[in-house]
Design a protein around this ligand. Structure first.
Ligand code: SF4
Ligand code: SF4
Length: 135
């Protein structure tokens, strides 16, 4: 996370500073029906998505950092947390080839469809038609 006061051309083009508009953390891989139901419940909430990256499952919370200015600059750049310091523009969400998720569930229905195709579990529920949590 390195949107900076003197941000690079790359960051200028990456609006609205993708790396400063979410955080994510790992989840246990779902195994049981209950596990999948729990993930569906998570996706029932606004501004949440779930993705699979290198076979590991993660939840992503889509929320803007309070220190990102209206012009997408980090207002605490000199004292930003280590996680932002270690984030490199050379291999970030905007440019890094390593950021391809094998699955990205942006809505309840996305995961419902995945469960139907990839697991033995059957949920009676039809697609909800609820708008995806994120663009
Ligand atoms: S995702 Fe990359 S290009 Fe975009 S603001 Fe962050 S460091 Fe800059
Ligand atoms: S502290 Fe600065 S670099 Fe880190 S996420 Fe917030 S705005 Fe981005």
């Amino acid at each position: 996370m390195s949107t900076q006061i003197n941000s690079s051309d790359q960051c200028e083009k990456c609006l609205p500073a993708h790396c400063c508009n979410y955080f994510a953390f790992g989840l246990d891989e779902p195994v049981t029906r209950k596990d999948y139901e729990c993930l569906l419940w998570k996706l029932a909430h606004e501004k949440v998505s779930i993705y699979i990256y290198r076979k590991a499952w993660y939840i992503m919370i889509h929320t803007r950092c309070n220190f990102l200015s209206p012009t997408n600059k980090c207002t605490i750049y000199e004292t930003r947390p280590y996680i932002c310091r270690e984030h490199s523009v050379e291999n970030c969400e905007y440019t890094g080839e390593d950021y391809g998720f094998s699955e990205h569930f942006k809505s309840y229905d996305d995961l419902l469809a995945y469960i139907k195709v990839n697991t033995k579990f059957r949920f009676k529920q039809e697609p909800t038609g609820v708008t995806p949590n994120i663009a």
